[in-house]
Design a binder for this molecule. Structure first.
Ligand code: FAD
Length: 275
């Protein structure tokens, strides 16, 4: 069982619990991106097992008729083993899933192979696949130019990995500036839409302004347990998705959320005390 503080950030250990959470969110106007926790597998059988679990999850999403899609980490389905293992498993998932499939972005050595897989599958499915790009990476402007005319969706995030300063902005203010620059570019050039993967009110306000200016459709994506009241408020006027992690590997995910932002622990403690 997941203890109360961690359970604010994770929707449960089983797909059933995750989809119960999705149904509750859908009833409040928020859509869902479901992620099975797991990454950096070095054994092929673990990567294959998680790819199978995603296929089963996509079938469950269709059977329960909830408004949800899935998001997969490349190293979870084989990239830590070989490019071929990743490519085979992501192809299996995209072929089998009826729902939209997001590919998360991991650290910089994985960027090229991840974008190549996205390009292939987004083109073959006429846009039923999305990918994440990171504002902290200096290469992202070039990547966005490559992605702008492809079918599919692109989620812009600030970037969660510690990257070397030759390749990435490491100061928070520079990452924020890059995020604003790339978001502006995306609203100008990505006619099919933009996914804003951020809890930052400044970035969300900028997206609203750019939407008013350019008419480009957009969606806001936030994590389970982070600014949830804002998610429900925003869903009155905008398309909002909650990214919902679930699974037995919840501890390392919760630890990462706390490391990223110590206040997360305080918010969660306050919520528990107030229960
Ligand atoms: P920050 O820069 O951390 O904070 C900015 C402001 O946002 C804060 O000042 C505060 O006002 C508000 N805020 C932030 N957190 C909280 C909180 N807990 N409570 C209250 N207010 C808060 N990274 C990757 O590298 N690859 C991925 O594939 C990826 N996918 C993601 C998918 C989604 C849906 C989201 C939301 C994030 C994803 N990330 C991914 C993580 C991302 O890169 C950032 O590390 C993370 O979102 C923190 O940046 P931020 O823009 O949300 O806000």
């Amino acid at each position: 069982m997941i203890p109360p503080i961690a359970s604010d950030f994770v929707a449960g250990e089983t797909p059933e619990e995750a989809l119960d959470h999705v149904a509750e969110l859908n009833a409040r106007g928020v859509k869902a991106i479901v992620n099975l926790l797991g990454e950096h597998y070095e054994k092929r059988e673990n990567a294959d097992a998680d790819a199978d679990a995603y296929i089963a999850l996509a079938n469950d999403i269709a059977a329960r008729d909830v408004d949800a899609c899935i998001s997969v980490k490349p190293s979870q389905v084989g990239l830590g083993i070989s490019d071929a293992a990743f490519e085979e498993n992501i192809a299996r998932i995209v072929d089998a899933a009826e729902c939209f499939v997001w590919i998360d972005m991991e650290d910089h050595p994985t960027t090229d192979v991840t974008l190549d897989a996205y390009e292939r599958h987004a083109t073959e499915t006429d846009g039923r696949v999305g990918v994440c790009v990171q504002a902290n990476l200096k290469r992202t402007r070039d990547d966005l130019e490559r992605l702008a005319d492809l079918p599919g969706k692109v989620r812009l995030v600030k970037g969660a990995y510690d990257e070397p300063s030759e390749l990435a902005h490491t100061e928070k203010s520079k990452v924020n500036d890059a995020y604003e620059t790339y978001l502006t570019y995306m609203f100008e050039e990505f006619e099919d839409g933009v996914a804003v993967g951020s809890h930052d009110p400044r970035m969300i306000d900028l997206a609203k302004t750019l939407h008013d200016e350019h008419g480009t459709p957009f969606e806001i994506q936030m994590l389970t347990g982070v600014r949830e009241n804002a998610q429900f408020d925003l869903a009155d006027d905008y398309e909002v998705y909650q990214y919902i992690p679930y699974g037995s590997k919840w501890f390392s995910y919760f630890y990462r959320r706390v490391r990223e932002r110590k206040e997360n622990l305080l918010f969660a403690l306050r919520a528990v005390i107030g229960r």
